[in-house]
Design a protein around this ligand. Sequence first.
Ligand SMILES: Nc1ncnc2c1ncn2[C@@H]1O[C@H](COP(=O)(O)OP(=O)(O)OP(=O)(O)O)[C@@H](O)[C@H]1O
Ligand SMILES: [Mg+2]
Length: 291
Amino acid sequence: MGTPVIAIANQKGGVGKTTTAINLAACLTVQRQNVLLIDLDPQANATSGLGVEKAQGQSIYRALLGEVQADTLVRPTAYKRLDIIASEVDLAGAEVDIARADNYLHRLKEALVPVTNQDRYDFIFVDCPPSLGILTMNALTAAESLLIPLQCEYYALEGLSVIIDLVEKLRTSGTNPGLRLEGIVMTMYDGRTNLSQAVVQDVYKHFGNRIYETLIPRTIRLGEAPSFGKPIIDHDRQSVGAVAYLQLAKEFLQRRGSEESRTFPFQDESPIAAAAEAEAAQPESSEELPQ
Ligand SMILES: Nc1ncnc2c1ncn2[C@@H]1O[C@H](COP(=O)(O)OP(=O)(O)OP(=O)(O)O)[C@@H](O)[C@H]1O
Ligand SMILES: [Mg+2]
């Protein structure tokens, strides 16, 4: 079967793609899942957000051009079970270079064969750039499913049809007939505002149970974690953001019907697992946004 590849995409900028990629991946390792995160965005936010140094020539770029095998680009992170293929600026040139190559939509899919064949990971996540350009199209061609982070804001639904239509086109054209919608994650939810609630209801009307029940709150801690190069469960394990992403990871696994989904506690030495165990022992956190 090969390892499931899940593209995290939304052509809108700043909606929580990278935050979700980093934190869902990290929280899945707490559930004993082995995860590879591919940073497909030349901005390299997932790379720096996990505290990984950019290294020249180590992005997926050369694998997309067929120059190296993708498995040679995999690097460990500070966290057990979580590996990364980092990004660096050379990826910015990929849009142009790949467009000229044969079979340009299938470049990532082909590049990943050495990794997906190894059965080394339970999931491979691809953090996409904020566009529907060639890099995102490659992610959607390589992916089994698409996970869309949607910000709880007034214009949340605007533009969503564009990416949904693209998925449909990739399916019907035969480029990726099996591509499906993994789910929609509502991010930056602020329960104190009517707007956030109204947006969730509105999206629910259109997409029903494709939306995860777990809502990701807008919190200071989630916003600052990348500047420490840490996933939220390492940065502040008691925060509501950490609880939310841990919950999202569980819901993600439950929805996929994975038998690997387990609950706390775990005997695991990694800081993330330790954080999660402590989390499980804690009462509800009371992190508040400043008024
Ligand atoms: N739940 C949240 N609470 C507070 N801040 C958040 C939250 N989610 C994301 N942020 C912050 O919002 C900004 C945008 O988030 P993020 O980088 O995850 O979005 P993105 O969709 O990947 O952006 P881009 O389109 O540029 O790749 C970042 O500064 C991030 O730290
Ligand atoms: Mg991003």
